[in-house]
Design a protein around this ligand. Structure first.
Ligand code: PEP
Ligand code: MG
Length: 549
């Protein structure tokens, strides 16, 4: 087995290809004090660079709007707000007039200090906004030096980009048909570059410090589902181009297996791929990611607009909209959460919605409006107690009565051990279950899903996880509820026999992975005995059973 390097999976999918490395920013700064009396000219240079940066960002916003739609383009609004932030501008002024800093050094100092402060707060979301400050610092320094900011990355042939850090401008302007994958050292799931990678549907990893280990043209392989990077031969047998997988996608291969295949989506771009990939339904639409950089909660009108757009793109496939799963690994910029010592165990998912009834009602109303025209389902995130489900169900039915519309099916994510253990009780109240293996594994195995050091524990199926999943299927069966699996494990072909043995009804995954899984389901699969699976005592016993199968 080829050795792999652990990273943070920021966009799923598998790919291999040649590397193009991007050097870090070359800022050539001069920190010697400016000559006496030079401050006015330094300030003037700064004002000019600021105006140019503003124009560039406006243009980038427009280009992103045309290419990727309003919500992704809104990433540039955040950058634009920074350029016009009076406090930052005042601090640069102080550096120039009081500290005799040259304009470049002043900008670099102020923006990097601010970035460091954000990183030190210890909040994932804020830490990744520091990338915006670093991008702006680089842009302004380039402009001050009369150089073109490195926004345009020219891709001559399909490559995997390897960089210290990538900025939204770079990813917006490049030719994404030639972008196979992304590997960065900095950044995480909430970095703007990660949001763009997911919008393009390309595999991406962060947290990989490998720039000095590879040269341009070397081949590497990315497993965005498991968060792994392979550098050495033999590389795993991953696709070498998106073209291949898209060809595979376009052709809907009928599967002999009863398992339903569905897509996970979190952007409009992904919604557009659903019908091409032959998904029968959308098993998970992560609504919290549809409004990535809005400064305030999305209005009812905006929500109706975007959910309808998604449902229209996916029709006739029904869409399961998950209620906002804010908090934990998905902090929302407009939700004033404050910092929490342990966000994964904090104010998260349904807890937020029940504490902010206005937020819950607005989203339920928007979804009810959309259900007049499209086939949708609603799913509750991060449930741990029956009361949470009862409260959402009551609001859904009350609002449906008010709006005179039939309530769509209501289901829950099963992503905490508590929800799995209460599955029989929850099944009395609900229409379907969707097992979120990312969080179910995190909370069952005490493994931080964003920590690359423990990623292999998260990606190996453990007996405890299998037993919890079996509880869910067994509770669902007598009530006629379907059970879908929608975490990253669903896209791992090695585990297909496991799901078939357990009796999972559907697998929902990133659209790009569907063709491969569908093909594997066409092959004869030896499915282990369910009893034997449940009797397995260890990870290794389980994997032996799967290998025998
Ligand atoms: C999960 O937890 O497995 C899941 C599908 O939801 P998310 O990854 O969005 O938390
Ligand atoms: Mg989850």
């Amino acid at each position: 087995m080829t050795a792999s390097i652990k990273g943070i999976s920021v966009s799923s999918g598998k790919i291999k290809g040649p590397v193009l490395t991007l050097p870090g920013q070359d800022l050539r700064l001069d920190f010697t004090p400016a000559k006496a009396g030079q401050h006015h000219s330094e300030w003037h240079r700064f004002e000019e660079a600021l105006a140019l940066a503003e124009t560039q960002l406006e243009k980038l916003h427009q280009q992103a709007q045309e290419k990727l739609g309003d919500d992704i383009a809104a990433l540039f609004v955040g950058l634009h707000l920074l350029v016009t932030d009076p406090e930052l501008i005042d601090e640069v002024k102080t550096q120039i007039f009081k500290k005799r800093a040259r304009a470049e050094a002043a900008v670099y100092h102020v923006l990097n200090e601010q970035a460091r402060t954000l990183v030190n707060i210890g909040d994932d979301y804020l830490a990744e906004r520091a990338a915006d400050l670093r991008e702006l610092a680089g842009r302004l320094v380039h402009l001050l030096q009369g150089r073109v900011p490195p926004d345009h990355i020219l891709l001559e042939h399909p490559v995997i980009l390897l960089a210290d850090e990538l900025y939204p401008a770079q990813l917006t302007l490049l030719d994404n048909d030639k972008l196979l994958g992304i590997v960065t050292r900095k950044g995480g799931r909430h970095a703007h570059a990660a949001i763009l990678a997911r919008a393009y549907g390309i595999p991406a990893l962060a947290g990989c410090n490998v720039l000095d280990k590879v040269s341009d043209g070397d081949w590497v392989a990315i497993d965005g589902d498991q968060g792994l990077l392979y550098l050495d031969d033999p590389l795993p047998d991953f696709p070498t181009a998106h073209v291949e997988s898209q060809d595979g996608c376009a052709e809907v291969i009928p599967t002999a297996s009863p398992i339903r295949l569905a897509a996970n989506i979190s952007t409009l771009v992904e919604a557009r791929q659903v019908s091409r990939c032959g998904a029968r339904e959308v098993g998970l639409c992560r609504t919290e990611l549809l409004f990535p950089s809005r400064q305030q909660a999305p209005s009812l009108e905006r929500q109706i607009q975007i959910y309808s757009h998604i449902a229209r793109e996916c029709a006739p496939a029904p869409v399961t909209f998950r209620l906002l799963d804010a908090g934990g690994d998905k902090p929302l910029p407009w939700l004033n959460k404050g910092s929490e010592p342990n966000p994964a165990l904090g104010w998260h998912g349904i807890r937020v919605l029940l504490d902010q009834p206005e937020l819950l009602d607005t989203q339920l109303k928007a979804l009810l409006e959309v259900s007049r025209q499209y086939c949708i389902r609603i799913m509750v995130p991060m449930v741990t107690e029956l009361e949470e489900v009862l409260a959402v169900k009551a609001r859904l039915h009350a609002l449906a009565a008010e709006l005179e519309v039939a309530a769509p099916e209501l289901g829950t994510m099963v992503e905490t051990p508590s929800a799995a253990m209460l599955a029989d009780v929850l099944a009395e109240e609900l229409d379907f279950f969707s097992i979120g293996s990312n969080d179910l594994a995190q909370y069952t195995l005490a493994v931080d899903r964003d920590n690359p050091r423990v990623a292999d524990r998260l990606n190996a199926v453990s007996p405890a996880l299998v037993r919890l999943m079996a509880l869910v299927v067994d509770a669902a069966r007598p009530k006629g509820l379907a059970v879908t699996l929608c975490g990253e494990l669903a896209a791992n072909p090695d585990y297909l026999p496991l799901w078939l043995s357990l009796g999972i009804d559907g697998l929902s995954m990133q659209a790009g992975a569907l063709a491969h899984i569908r093909q594997r389901l066409m092959d004869p699969l030896l499915v282990p005995e369910r009893q034997a699976l449940l009797a397995a005592r260890s990870v290794s016993e389980l994997s032996t059973l799967l290998q025998k199968a």
